[in-house]
Design a protein around this ligand. Structure first.
Ligand SMILES: Nc1ncnc2c1ncn2[C@@H]1O[C@H](COP(=O)(O)OP(=O)(O)OP(=O)(O)O)[C@@H](O)[C@H]1O
Ligand SMILES: [Mg+2]
Length: 347
């Protein structure tokens, strides 16, 4: 706590907050707002380990890299699976926004999924320090999402937030500035993309790439029939039998069927969380509803699907993709009132 007090007095305008997501990293800079929003991807020379591209440029290379270059996503399921490349990516992003500014090392607020182990949490802290941070404060992602979505987290009434990211779905009930219960599962947008890939392999003998699968999900995917039955998209991939390029026409119903399994897992996590919610807070949630954040919340029909399955009103946060980063940023800006919800392993 004494460390937090000292830190509070030394926060300055170059300090940043980082939402280190499985698919996207966002950086909020004190006094400025969100200054960086890029895919969590690196393109690397496989022989030397040298980084060739980071962020948008590296994502553009995914599935297209020649021999000797690999596109790497160093985070999986919201946690760092590749320490070295997580650090390199963070260092690149921190340097990018600190260009032309003071060389002093920034203090960094970083969010981690609520289900992370102590070891995984340490790895994120360590990578952030190695990437150039002077010190690191951690906030749990669902709390950041709730703050970013504008929920009144300090009130005694319970509020429910559901963040559906690329790697994890996190559900939390917050009250009096803290998480009362949380439920997290390693299922999200990446699993939906993978299910689409598997569907095309199984039913069309067609191998498609991750980016094609993601575009299909975004363009014609849905979690419930939404009356868009005539939506279709031409899908090009590699014929698994002949090895030659092949195109097929995919319908909205094809994609809906293919995403069913991960979508039901997401719904299941939410039902489990509701089941574990203490009765007083449950009745608050019945009145206020639950709020969805994260990119997965943008899947057509997901809000309706969750509402049908739970009977609780589902609201979509204003800018679902940016809620966590905005919440991290609000903690940085309002440090004096927010410090109780930040943790640090530095004593
Ligand atoms: N319009 C859309 N419809 C469906 N899915 C979408 C849409 N837009 C983005 N997504 C998906 O949202 C996911 C990215 O969301 P987000 O940026 O919140 O994840 P993340 O924070 O990187 O992941 P995590 O929080 O799990 O670490 C991707 O799987 C992406 O395909
Ligand atoms: Mg996220």
């Amino acid at each position: 706590m004494s460390f937090l007090r000292t830190l509070g007095s030394s926060l300055n305008c170059k300090d940043i907050a980082v939402d280190l997501g499985t698919a996207n990293t966002r950086v909020y800079s004190r006094g400025e707002g969100i200054v960086l929003n890029e895919p969590s991807v690196l393109a690397v020379n496989t022989a030397t380990g040298a980084v060739i591209a980071v962020g948008k440029e590296a994502k553009g290379m995914m599935g297209r890299t020649p021999t000797g270059i690999a596109a790497i996503r160093p985070l999986k399921d919201g946690v760092s699976t590749d320490f070295e490349f997580t650090e390199k990516m963070l260092r690149y992003f921190i340097q990018k926004i600190h260009k032309h500014r003071s060389l002093a090392r920034p203090q960094v607020v970083v969010s981690v999924p609520s289900g992370t182990t102590e070891v995984e949490r340490r790895a994120v802290e360590e990578a952030t320090v190695q990437a150039g941070a002077k010190s690191v404060l951690i906030i749990e992602e669902p709390l950041a999402a709730a703050i970013g979505a504008g929920l009144p987290i300090h009130e005694s009434a319970g509020n429910m937030i559901v963040d559906i990211g690329a790697g994890t779905t996190e559900v939390a009930v917050v009250s009096l500035g803290g998480i009362v219960i949380s439920q997290s599962a390693r299922v999200g947008g990446d699993d939906i993309d993978q299910s689409i890939i598997n569907h095309f392999k199984k039913y069309f003998q067609l191998l498609i790439g991750e980016r094609t699968a993601e575009s299909l999900k975004i363009n014609i995917g849905s979690a419930l029939p939404m009356g868009n039955d005539r939506l279709e998209d031409e899908v090009t991939g590699c014929d698994l039998v002949s090895g030659l390029p092949k195109s097929v026409l995919a319908t909205e119903a094809d994609i809906r069927r293919s995403v069913e399994e991960p979508v039901s897992r997401i719904v299941h996590v939410i039902k489990e969380a509701l089941d574990r919610t203490p009765p007083e807070l449950s009745s608050d949630i019945t009145l206020t509803g639950m709020t969805l954040s994260g990119g997965g919340a943008l899947l057509t029909g997901i809000a309706e699907r969750i509402q049908d399955a739970t009977g609780v009103q589902v609201l979509l946060a204003e800018d679902p993709l940016l809620c966590v980063a905005m919440g991290d940023g609000k903690c940085l800006e309002g440090f004096a009132t927010m410090k109780n919800i930040l943790t640090s392993s530095v004593t």
